[in-house]
Design a protein around this ligand. Structure first.
Ligand code: AMP
Length: 314
């Protein structure tokens, strides 16, 4: 089952305690696509500028990602500058140059019209909404956003939230969106804004799914929150893209399954953590570019082991 993703395809300049890179390939849709394509076909809607070369495109196409929906425009690609310090759990944005994204009017190529799953990766919510409108018949819609849109463009974001089966954001963003410091209360407020399910990513501490009253087909019996672990890693080189890679593992696995059941949903949360844990091992997209399905399955088993509780028999 193919996933259609709209989101940033970008160049990132990043500084972490392990070093820095200037204008390496990044973007929310890029990380999402590289991650999800390990599980299911992925098609990308985005715009890039003249600085996006055939070598950059090859990073995606060599992993099976369909890039026919990536438009070219005169000018420069989206450029994000960020830095990490301390626990590496949160990026500090130093610059967001929308460049060609500022004038982007997304158009869905006819050959993408039969995509059954839609992912609204991080980008201007107005663009997310325009893509959603053009895909009325999809089976499921998941989306992401970030503090930049929550804090400064909230009125654009709220209509998109009402369209979502699943919203995936990190805990700081959930608290900011809800205006509430307690995570459980924040989750309940966010669910009242529209998404049927909320997946909150906790960086190196895993992720929690919260289910609303209107839970979508297949997860109807899930009422208690579900917490999936993260793998404690000794070397987090660059956390950029961890959230999008989580989303790619989560949604890619869901879309690859014949039916959505609570067990499938729980495994999807684990695959999300697995993909996020790989993404942070090298700068930019480097680790995802060489990843094999066998490595993914081995780490998935590790995730199962670290979270297994046997009864103490008392
Ligand atoms: P994350 O998975 O949350 O670490 O997302 C990192 C990616 O988000 C980077 O590759 C950036 O290019 C991209 N990004 C940063 N800011 C924005 C923004 N305002 N809109 C869309 N994408 C962004």
């Amino acid at each position: 089952m193919a996933i259609l993703v709209v989101g940033s395809v970008a160049f990132d300049s990043i500084e972490t305690p392990h070093g820095s890179v200037t204008k390496c390939l990044g973007g929310a849709a890029t990380y999402f696509a590289l991650s999800a394509s390990n599980f299911t076909p992925v098609r990308v809607i985005a715009v890039v500028g003249e600085d996006f070369t055939p070598q950059h495109e090859w990073v995606l196409t060599s992993r099976g990602v369909d890039t026919q929906g990536i438009e070219r425009a005169p000018g420069l690609s989206f450029h994000w500058t960020g830095s990490y310090s301390g626990t590496l759990n949160e990026a500090k944005t130093l610059g967001t140059d929308l460049n060609v994204f500022a004038e982007f009017a997304p158009k869905i190529p006819v050959q993408y019209a039969d995509s059954e799953y839609l992912f609204l990766a991080n980008i201007d919510p107005v663009l997310q909404g325009r893509v959603r409108e053009q895909m009325p018949g999809v089976r499921m819609v998941c989306g992401d956003t970030m503090n930049y849109w929550i804090a400064d463009h909230r009125e654009r974001l709220l209509p998109v939230l009402r369209e979502l089966d699943v919203l995936l954001i990190n805990d700081g963003e959930a608290r900011m969106l809800a205006g509430e410091t307690n995570l459980v209360r924040a989750a309940s407020k966010v669910l009242s804004m529209g998404p049927k399910t909320l997946v909150v990513k906790h960086g190196e501490y895993g992720a929690t799914a919260f289910f609303g009253d209107r839970s979508f087909a297949g997860t109807g019996s899930m009422t208690l929150p579900f917490r999936a672990p993260a793998l404690p890693l000794a070397d987090v080189v660059d956390p950029t893209g961890a959230g999008d890679s989580f989303a790619g593992g989560f949604y890619g696995y869901l879309a690859s399954q014949p039916a959505l059941t609570p067990a499938v949903f729980r495994s999807a949360m684990f695959y999300g953590g697995v993909m996020g844990s790989f993404a942070v091992e090298k700068f930019g997209t480097a680790r995802l570019e060489t990843l094999t399905r066998q490595e993914i399955e081995e780490r998935f088993q590790l995730f199962r082991e670290i979270s297994h509780l046997e009864s103490a028999g008392a």
